[in-house]
Design a protein around this ligand. Structure first.
Ligand code: ZN
Length: 168
């Protein structure tokens, strides 16, 4: 367990998430509804990118992970908008005395194409986090048709989050 007084000026966190694609669900990534015949399966809206960012933030301050904070056995998080969970997590981070320096992330999806949606995702995320858009980077890749992601069975996301002590 981390103690606040030895956390230091800068903290970095790494987040990863993956969700299965299935029919009958909306595809929500980075807070944006994406036109696709399948969506991601999950207890919340299954926003894989936002979940990776949340885990990066929590990890940076040793605050456990999204599954511990918002358990999937808890009905109040059923179909929850992940972007609102992100807002709550960032409030917690700020209460701990830290703010975002920058976020870098990858969405890995064989289809659909993420590129057209990335500007809107960056706009939404920087709005929720009250940062400028140049503090939020989102990149997109396919998995070259390999493994579950490449076979269009799932979409995954990775994020690193750098935090700095407020006023530091
Ligand atoms: Zn997730």
């Amino acid at each position: 367990m981390c103690l606040w007084y030895n956390l230091g000026m800068y903290r970095i966190g790494l987040g990863y998430d993956i969700h299965t694609l299935c029919v009958g669900r909306d595809l929500i990534i980075g807070g944006v509804k994406i036109t696709h015949e399948k969506g991601l399966l999950g207890h919340s809206d299954a926003d894989v990118l936002v979940h990776a960012i949340i885990d990066g933030m929590l990890g940076a301050l040793c605050l456990s992970d999204i599954g511990t904070l918002f358990p999937d056995t808890d009905k109040q998080y059923k179909d929850a908008e992940s972007i609102l969970l992100l807002k709550r997590v960032y409030e917690k981070i700020q209460k701990e005395g830290y703010e975002i320096v920058n976020i870098d992330s990858n969405i890995i999806a064989q289809e659909p194409k993420m590129m057209p949606y990335i500007p809107k995702m960056r706009e939404i995320l920087s709005d929720v986090l009250k940062t400028s858009q140049n503090q939020v980077s989102i990149k997109a890749k396919t998995n070259e048709k390999m493994d579950a992601v490449g076979q269009k069975l799932a979409i995954e996301a990775h994020a690193v989050v750098l935090l700095k002590r407020i006023g530091g």
